[in-house]
Design a protein around this ligand. Structure first.
Ligand SMILES: *Cc1c(COP(=O)(O)O)cnc(C)c1O
Length: 428
């Protein structure tokens, strides 16, 4: 899932110990709260902090509202599909961004009234669900073929569906599967104009893994160039431009391997463990969201709002939920001074995350700001079941409660029904 930040290969990526210790200390300070959760509920647990989610929502919205005249914010449900998270963000005035009929149904069941539905390969059943709920859903069309199928599905219906179209901003490699090419936009408008029950309302693009706003701004400039070529009658139809998500949390990307030496995407997890220096971690820095807001805001005003008066929409996933959920597990067995087995397996996160990404393991039962090498492994019958290669604490023993903080994004949604029961969710 990782992509390499090649443009920074000359920088020093070693994670400064002080910064890491500050991060860890803040979670040890909250330790009693987490220990209490394990007393009240059986370990392992996913722990959700609704207040963190609310703060993140408000911070993101405040800084973009400061830099842009008209905005709307949507939560990308796929990043963490726990319905309570979508519910809390709805209460904060967010809409929901869904990528399938399953997610659309969850959004409808939660009472969402402002939903955007994007994604490739929508089935007829998914399109019909959108049509049936047309007053709540804007459908972001992914292709000409999808538009054709929509036309057929709308025949004889008295409903008007609001649509936008996704523009592809990365036509090489595997990202080419998304949307239509920018140069196809005029043809797309032409095709839509022949379909009576469709109301064209906007454009969408999305890029992932943005540690800086550079990629988003590049496409905003390209989009401005494209808009300049369109007739005024078409520009007048664009009520929104949705710039997607992909904002990286300002903690940066934390890795076990030196990204200057190893292609992270090609990392062979079978070699994980062994020779690794358990205490050497890496961090690829990311800019604070305020900087994204300032620079993206300026780019949009210069290149887009100078041509059209439209609303700017955001689809936030990782940035908003990453810090809101943590995983609590317990040590079941100590098999050597540097080898413990925990009561949960990494089926709780659904992928071999901690063989690539670094996250600290905090021993809440014996807190200490020194990190000690130790294999912290799960209880699955596979060696690819690693929580970490070290822990923060005085010592480690059976019964100790361990916290893996900031696991809110792309873990809970990817959890697997594999060997061990999945953790329960508690809100604190
Ligand atoms: C996944 C996705 C998002 C959210 O991405 P994050 O990196 O989690 O912010 C937003 N929009 C679309 C279209 C997506 O596919």
């Amino acid at each position: 899932m990782s992509e390499k930040a090649t443009n920074r290969a000359d920088k020093d990526f070693v994670f400064p110990r002080e910064d890491l210790c500050d991060f860890v200390a803040a979670y040890f300070d909250k330790g009693p709260l987490f220990l209490d959760a394990v007393k009240q509920n059986p370990s392992p647990l996913y722990v959700l902090e609704p207040e963190v989610l609310r703060q993140k929502a408000n911070r993101f919205r405040a800084c973009f509202e400061k830099n842009l005249p008209r905005t709307s914010f949507y939560y990308a449900m796929k990043s963490n599909n726990l319905p309570a998270i979508s519910g809390i963000l709805l209460e904060q005035g967010f809409g929901l961004d869904v990528s399938s009929g399953v997610e659309l149904q969850i959004a409808l069941d939660l009472g969402a009234r402002d939903i955007i539905f994007s994604g490739p390969g929508k089935t007829d059943a998914e399109l019909l669900l959108a049509i049936d709920n047309q007053e709540k859903v804007i459908l972001l069309v992914d292709s000409f073929g999808e538009l054709e199928r929509l036309k057929k599905l709308l025949e004889g219906k008295q409903k008007t569906l609001r649509i936008g179209v996704r523009l592809n901003n990365n036509p090489s490699g595997l990202w080419r599967k998304f949307g239509i090419l920018p140069e196809e936009l005029t043809a797309f408008f032409g095709a839509v104009s022949h379909i009576p029950n469709l109301l064209f309302t906007g454009l969408q693009f999305h890029s992932s893994w943005n540690l800086t706003p550079a990629r988003q701004i590049d496409f905003i400039i390209e989009l401005g160039g494209l808009l300049r070529t369109l007739p005024a009658a078409l520009l007048a139809k664009i009520a929104f431009i949705d710039i997607g998500g992909g904002f990286w949390p300002s903690q940066g990307e934390w890795l076990l391997e030196d990204p200057t030496e190893k292609e992270v995407a090609g990392h062979d997890p079978k070699n994980a463990g062994g020779e690794r220096d358990a205490l050497l971690h890496y961090r690829i820095p990311a800019l604070p969201i305020e900087v994204f807001a300032r620079e993206i805001g300026a780019g949009i005003k210069e290149h887009i709002l100078s041509l059209i008066d439209c609303k700017i929409c955001f689809e936030l996933g990782r940035w908003i939920c990453h810090e809101s959920m943590h995983i609590l597990i317990q040590v079941i067995d100590k098999k050597a001074s540097d080898l413990v087995i925990t009561d949960a397996g990494t089926n709780a996160v659904g992928w071999e995350r901690f063989e690539v990404d670094y996250f600290p393991v905090l021993n809440l039962s014996a807190p200490d700001l020194t990190e000690k090498p130790c294999h912290i492994l799960g209880a699955l019958c596979t060696p690819h079941d690693v929580w970490g290669y070290a822990y923060f604490g005085k010592s480690i023993s059976p019964g100790d409660v361990l916290l893996i903080p900031t696991q809110g994004a792309y873990t809970y949604s990817l959890r697997q029904n594999f060997i061990k029961a999945l953790p329960q969710v508690v809100l604190i």
